[in-house]
Design a protein around this ligand. Sequence first.
Ligand SMILES: Nc1nc2c(ncn2[C@@H]2O[C@H](COP(=O)(O)OP(=O)(O)OP(=O)(O)O)[C@@H](O)[C@H]2O)c(=O)[nH]1
Ligand SMILES: [Mg+2]
Length: 460
Amino acid sequence: MFDFRADDTIVAVSTPPGPGAIGIVRLSGPRARTIAARFFVPRSGKAGNWLERKAVFGAVRDAAARELLDEGFLLFFPAPRSYTRQDVVEISLHGSRAVLEETVRLAIRAGARPAHPGEFTLRAYWNGRLDILQAEAVDDLVRSVSLTQARIASRQVRGGLTDTIEKLRADFIGLLAELEAAIEFPDDRMGVDERTIFRRLDALVFRLSGLIRSYETGKALSEGLTLAIVGKANVGKSTLFNALLGESRAIVAPEAGTTRDYLRERLRIEDTVFRLVDTAGLGQAATAVEKEGMRRSLEQAGEADGIIFLFDRSRAESAADRELVSRFPGKNAILVFNKCDRPAKLKYGALKRSAPESQVSSVSALTGAGIPELRRLIHEAFAPKAMGGGDIILHLRQKTILDEIAACVAGGREALGRGASYEVVAEEIRRALPAAERLLGRIRTEEVIENVFARFCVGK
Ligand SMILES: Nc1nc2c(ncn2[C@@H]2O[C@H](COP(=O)(O)OP(=O)(O)OP(=O)(O)O)[C@@H](O)[C@H]2O)c(=O)[nH]1
Ligand SMILES: [Mg+2]
């Protein structure tokens, strides 16, 4: 889908659709300056005689219509000191879709071609300004909705993950060199012994598995974790759902069995976005619809990343409550006791013992008492833990290749364990190198390029 010829000049609106105070039209390519000079007239000085990286005030003009379209500023970034390493021109105008699209049309009439999604960044990659990990992070940064996501992506745009992978690659090469020396001079007492090789391999396994595991955090950050509110009918699940969201989203009613289908809404706490699910109450189903609703509740609870078990504190607990709590072993959960505005009847000792790992909170979803504390508890119990400045893998492409590399290391370790020769061990480990190159995008394959850049927006 991409035209890989980099010798034409592309143009696009680089700001999002919809009215804005400012909108930007961007051109990249060897003719960017000449093309812009055809429709951008500077207030003073000669068109096209623009100083490097100095704002030029002027107007966009349709020569044919002899009419000024809008006034604004132009910035010229000559190659190679630009985003794409080609000549780049950026024109800031008023953010009207009509003005911006007409400017693009004028550029096309003067010889530019409309850019494909991600094509500016593709050119940056093609011309060696970014590697593929950085290019992927550009898109993550553009799309990030939380500060944590933005920080991780920004670090990767600046080459943080690239450095980590480079170091890993260097260690592979170092290890191979040692193995090769040991193969060539088997009698040299300075040669590496098996224990050292084992240690090196274990260290690599450790680092790789840390990176691979971080993908779970990355996914949680980009997609949002799902939390299901689960409990018996009428305990106040929908009331709590509404209280947490701060809006009356779900129907609340005194009779049991009000909620039939589950509801899902975005819940933002501090910097984390969750997907909160309100489910149908569990208990004795009287009708086929109720039965299906309960089946779905259990399904939602099973698929969720975390569960909020809700109980009515003004009623005595039952065996069914304890059974429910122990139904999802290993699942991250909290126990919440609702209706604390009423006299307490429920003793939660037994429930707590059924879920010793889970934290406990008391609220009144009706009055709002305890809701701020519960929000804090939800964040503490479920938000993905930031990994002290470490690298986070955000893409399946990256994780898949890391898995491959880890398999090479495991293969080498296994060979060493069963007493195979160093040649065989080296053979296994050597296979990790092309994978690392692919991870960094040093090996350019059209498939990878299309997969990475096609997700971008036009103009980026
Ligand atoms: N006193 C008191 N009543 C509450 C509280 N929370 C909910 N209720 C009431 O309990 C009843 C049931 O509330 P819902 O939110 O519909 O309960 P639910 O768990 O969603 O019920 P189903 O959808 O039928 O399973 C309503 O009459 C609510 O007003 C609370 O904290 N205190
Ligand atoms: Mg309900």
